[in-house]
Ligand binder design. Sequence first.
Ligand code: ZN
Length: 105
Amino acid sequence: MADPWRFHRALKRVGVISAFFIFLIVASVVLGLVDERSRGFHLLIYCWISFVFVMLTVTHEVRCPRCGQRFHAKGLDYWQLTRRCLHCGQEKYAKLEARPKSEES
Ligand SMILES: [Zn+2]
């Protein structure tokens, strides 16, 4: 059976790698290894900002495997780091059969 959280895990991996990448950029600037006024550095920063917007959009649109709604967004609410679906309360990476706590009564 295919992992229903495959795309969520892939997004997380990309997020971790990109956080490491921005750490390298900041460390390079702090250590004076790059000239932050250079054209190449500006291009790198523009690419980084574009990447962040793409990641925010992809994360906004990613669906919950349980209810099919947007996992991280509900109406105007958007929380990229949520551990639960904002619609059905499904816990991220948990088995889909597990009943979310929000539905227990
Ligand atoms: Zn859901």
